[in-house]
Design a protein around this ligand. Structure first.
Ligand code: AVJ
Length: 325
């Protein structure tokens, strides 16, 4: 590690959270099939629970993707070339990111996340560890359109979006295509994207990964209601909802729901919402793609798939997608 004093990361705040949270919760609970956006799982408690999920024996994606980064980050760096600006969507704990940054030595690193505290901690840690790297943390909802701020540091030869963790699996196919097209426009001609995507596999393994024996995934799912209670003046009774996750083979996705265990009424902010016993709130989808399915999707968004890496167990993939010059 370079021991010169690192500059504190630049911080750019483009996010107005409270209003959009209440609006999106109210809209989601007003639909005939109730739903809540999974991006709101990650408050402080939710981020902690998610870190615990990543270490569970049943939850293979994190270990598989780390294995890919350990084994192949050097080769990824050769594809990307020198003097990149790495723009990361969702900052997480930063373990995979560190493996990429070490191999690549980019000129700029731009983590973008809606979770402000987590973002600041991760960005400061990376700025301290990679002292010659210009770090600009951007607090924004990357699922909406946003403009990249002026970046600190020397000009980059290539912009690359790094989107690990299979978070793209939260999106439906048309949403994922639109999202990838936005990323393509953001990096521009000659730019690229490294994206982690969970692979299709047998349903038993998938079901186990989202129904862990210790109940951490259930606690993660239910924490969304606890967060709504805390932040939006709501009165969800957590004991009256149950975690339900299953692989939907027809749609190639894990679905997570919260099932109401009784007829009940819940107040959120000023509004009331009725639930029938057995009715669910759909809280998350996690789409699974074969290597070819994902490449076809990337092509539909104007990328050229250049290379895909998988772990030894073929559980997970990291794709390198390039934008033609
Ligand atoms: C972070 C969206 C990739 O879908 O596997 C883990 C979230 N939900 N366990 C996933 C999650 C339940 C995770 N992603």
């Amino acid at each position: 590690m370079d021991r010169r004093t690192a500059a504190a990361p630049a911080f750019v705040d483009l996010h107005r959270d409270a209003d959009s949270f209440l609006e999106e919760v109210t809209a989601g609970l007003s639909r005939p099939l109730k739903e809540l956006p999974p991006k709101y799982f990650y408050d402080e408690r939710g981020s902690e629970l998610f870190e615990a999920i990543c270490g569970l024996p049943e939850y293979y994606p994190t270990r598989a993707e780390l294995e890919i980064m350990r084994d192949h980050a050097g080769e990824m760096a050769r594809h990307l070339g020198p003097a990149c600006a790495v723009i990361e969507y969702g900052s997480g704990s930063g373990r995979k990111t560190r493996l990429l940054l070490k191999a690549l030595s980019p000129v700029a690193y731009v983590p973008i996340d809606i979770a402000r505290e987590q973002l600041q901690v991760t960005a400061a840690g990376i700025a301290a560890e990679f002292s010659r790297l210009a770090v600009t943390a951007v607090c924004a909802d990357y699922s909406r359109s946003f403009r990249l701020p002026q970046l600190a540091g020397p000009p980059a030869r290539r912009r690359v979006v790094y989107f690990p963790g299979s978070t793209i699996g939260n999106l439906s196919l048309p949403e994922a295509a639109g999202f990838l097209a936005n990323a393509r426009r953001l990096v521009g001609p000659g730019g690229g994207m490294l994206v982690g995507v969970d692979l299709k596999k047998d349903a038993a393994r998938l079901n186990a990964a989202y129904n862990d024996a210790r109940g951490i995934t259930a606690a993660f799912n239910l924490n969304l209601l606890a967060r709504i209670n805390r932040e939006l003046d709501a009165d969800f009774d957590l004991a009256s909802f149950r975690h339900h996750a299953f692989y939907n083979d027809t749609l190639s996705r894990i679905e997570m729901h919260l099932v109401s265990l009784a007829d009940q009424r819940v107040r959120v902010g000023g509004a009331g919402f009725g639930f029938r016993g057995g009715e669910t709130i759909h809280t998350e989808n996690s789409y699974k793609y074969s290597l070819d399915e994902f490449r076809v999707l990337a092509e539909s968004a104007g990328f050229e798939p250049r290379h895909s890496w998988t772990d030894g167990g073929r559980l997970f993939a990291v794709h390198y997608l390039a934008v033609p010059e």
